[in-house]
Ligand binder design. Structure first.
Ligand code: FMN
Length: 492
């Protein structure tokens, strides 16, 4: 049996056996959510390479009530014992509950076999029906199954029948609310016990991610009799409250907001180096690949790295956890010096809501209006430049060739999705209407590179376009592009 206790800044864990409470009756729907998931409202999203055990523990320590594993590939999970060990069996800790293990799959038998091998390690099995990546298109999973209702019905029915834990699904919406509702009802009828609705369509990715439609989520919530989690647009605790109030959902899931501020669900915005120190301490207890750690810190330190560019290189070059801890100490010293030299009444630069050393959201620049093929434009009217990291990171890590995995280890920001390759076409033909100067500007914008930091190169241009076109009705939410993007652009 495991004995794992989590005290403030102290993580002890021994033994690697699954934490099983013995045979419990299989709870369903609301009973499952209330009892097994302890009525969780604050949920950390499944994130490939990023919702690993150490990050989950950090997030739980700061208010997260439920976490998902990164998406696991069902077929690989079934055939590869090492994959099972590395991605689940070695990552066991009773403090890491409730926990939902997510799979991508497109074959009912394989999905259930994988789920049977995972069910003793978690509280539910989730089927990923939301991944919009090219890799998911090629593998025929994620959002590319959303038209295959008969197949989905089979997969969920079988899982519902065979598993000892409930089956849940994470979906993207269709452009049409009606169809989204019917889709959700079909999943519920097949046996899905909890539904996470990411309020973006499969086409809303990359620079076209835009705003998630809470209207779609609200309609689904009304139409089904199982708990619903909303996903999309969550950067602050006040967004969580607003989302729950406006949509009536039972919980709210955050991915990017959580990565930029793991204390989001506490309603706090701590110093970035404090979160880093705590995270690194947990990683010592629960090791994960250094590439995950680096990727976390690139996001956590995002705004500070604009100011101290040299630290970016140091972080990229660091080869050990100690090396990374040294960079964090350096970052802390520089920021503390800056704080000591602050003049009274000084405000954060570039319109950031907080000073750069404070954990806060990052909003990516992007086109103002959704392109025609992009489906819904979001419930709040305007479409803002949120470029979901999902579109860069989601779903490819597990199925990369060995060579590519090695490359990725050397360079965690490297992307292999051909859909993200730089193209020489204008990413936003609609802008042509906005005059010749803008035409020239628009066509000189390169579509985002497949890199976490590629937006630096395009931020300023998009911002100017954005200013011309206005930002639309942004509602009360705090995703406003204005300040953040200006800073992104100006800091080039
Ligand atoms: C780094 C990263 C990895 C992700 N990996 C997964 C994944 O494994 N499975 C999944 O269903 N979604 C994945 N997503 C998508 C998120 O779970 C979430 O649906 C999306 O980012 C929208 O939520 P947000 O607006 O809070 O970022 C990932 C997102 C990010 C940023």
């Amino acid at each position: 049996m495991i004995n794992c206790t989590l005290k403030k800044n102290n993580y002890f864990c021994i033994s690697l056996f699954p934490f099983s409470l013995g045979k419990m009756p299989k709870l369903q729907g609301f009973e499952f959510w209330r009892e097994t998931l302890r009525g969780a409202h604050y949920v950390v999203a499944p994130m490939v390479d990023q919702s690993e055990l150490a990050w989950r523990l950090l997030s739980r320590h700061h208010g997260a009530q439920l976490c998902y594993t990164p998406m696991l590939h069902a077929q690989v999970f079934v055939r590869d014992a090492n994959y099972r060990k590395e991605n689940l069996y070695c990552d066991v800790c009773p403090e890491d509950r409730p926990l939902i293990v997510q799979f991508c799959a497109n074959d009912p038998e394989v999905f259930v076999q994988a789920a049977l091998l995972a069910q003793d390690y978690c509280d539910a099995i989730d089927l990923n029906l939301g991944c919009p990546q090219m890799i998911a298109k090629r593998g025929h999973y994620g959002a590319f199954l959303q038209e295959e209702w008969a197949l989905l019905q089979k997969m969920i029915l079988l899982a519902h029948e065979k598993l000892s834990v409930p089956i849940t699904c994470k979906i993207r919406v269709f452009r049409e609310i009606d169809k989204t509702v019917k889709y959700a009802q079909l999943l519920e009828k097949a046996g899905c016990q909890l539904l996470t609705v990411h309020g973006r369509t499969k086409e809303q990715k990359g620079p076209l991610a835009g705003v998630a439609s809470w209207e779609h989520i609200k309609a689904v919530r009304k139409a089904v009799s199982i708990p619903v989690f909303a996903n999309g647009n969550i950067q602050y605790l006040s967004d969580v409250e607003e989302c729950m109030q406006k949509t009536g959902v039972h919980g709210v899931m955050s991915a990017e907001g959580n990565l930029h501020n793991p204390a989001l669900f506490e309603g706090r915005n701590p110093m970035v180096w404090e979160m880093t120190e705590e995270y690194l301490e947990i990683v010592h207890q629960y090791p994960c690949p250094l590439s995950y750690v680096r990727a976390h810190l690139f996001k956590l330190w995002h705004h500070t790295l604009q100011v101290y560019q040299q630290l970016r290189e140091e972080l990229a070059k660091a080869k050990t956890l100690e090396g990374i801890a040294d960079v964090n100490r350096d970052l802390k010293l520089r920021c503390q010096e800056e704080i000591a030299n602050q003049k009274e009444g000084e405000k954060p630069k570039g319109g950031l809501p907080f000073f750069h050393w404070i954990c806060q959201p990052y909003v990516r620049p992007g086109p103002k209006e959704t392109c025609k093929e992009n489906g819904t434009s979001g419930s709040e009217g305007g479409v803002r430049g949120k470029r979901a990291l999902e579109d860069e990171d989601d779903g490819n890590a597990d199925i990369l060739s060995k060579n590519k995995q090695k490359k990725k280890l050397r360079n965690p920001n490297k992307r292999f999705d051909p859909s993200l390759k730089r193209k020489r076409t204008c990413p936003n033909p609609d802008r042509h209407k906005e005059g010749e100067r803008l035409l020239a500007l628009s066509c000189s914008i390169k579509p985002p590179l497949p890199s976490l930091y590629s937006h630096y190169a395009i931020g300023e241009n998009f911002l100017q376009l954005e200013q011309k076109g206005g930002l639309g009705n942004l509602g009360n939410r705090k995703l406003s592009l204005s300040g953040v993007d200006q800073e992104e652009g100006n800091s080039l």
